[in-house]
Design a protein around this ligand. Structure first.
Ligand SMILES: [Zn+2]
Length: 131
């Protein structure tokens, strides 16, 4: 089982103090069933086409240690980079205009001593299978 995201956001919102890792990724992660807090209509349409669902609250409550969120800020300026893996042939919104960034709250988190993977507070390492 891959690590589940807690939220899909339009910007890098960090309402709770903590230590965070923010990384840009080339491939859009699986958003199926992940609640989103996005108001921008185009971005909303994109994330919903990828499986994200509207959150019950409009207010993102923040991340607990070890939790992750995906955000899709609109790229400033023009991107001349063609991102592979994003293109959906029948999509009329432009996923390539969005950056994909993953926020992980890393304070209070537990790492696997064998491979360094975040064990997500569990005893079973999702990276190497150690327990
Ligand atoms: Zn491991």
């Amino acid at each position: 089982m891959r690590s589940k995201f807690m939220a899909v956001l339009s910007t890098t919102v960090l309402p709770v103090d903590g230590t965070y890792k923010v990384e840009s990724v080339q491939e859009c992660p699986d958003l199926a069933g992940v609640p989103h807090y996005i108001g921008h209509p185009d971005t909303k349409a994109i994330v919903e086409s990828l499986g994200a669902v509207q959150a019950e609250s409009r207010l993102f409550p923040g991340l607990n240690p070890g939790e992750k969120a995906v955000c899709f800020p609109i790229q400033q300026g023009k991107s001349n980079r063609r991102e592979n893996g994003f293109t959906r042939p029948h999509q009329n919104v432009r996923l390539e205009d969005l950056q994909v960034r993953i926020i992980t709250r890393i304070d209070g988190m537990s790492y696997c001593p064998f491979c360094g993977t975040d064990t997500l507070d569990g005893w079973h390492c999702p990276g190497c299978g150690a327990s």
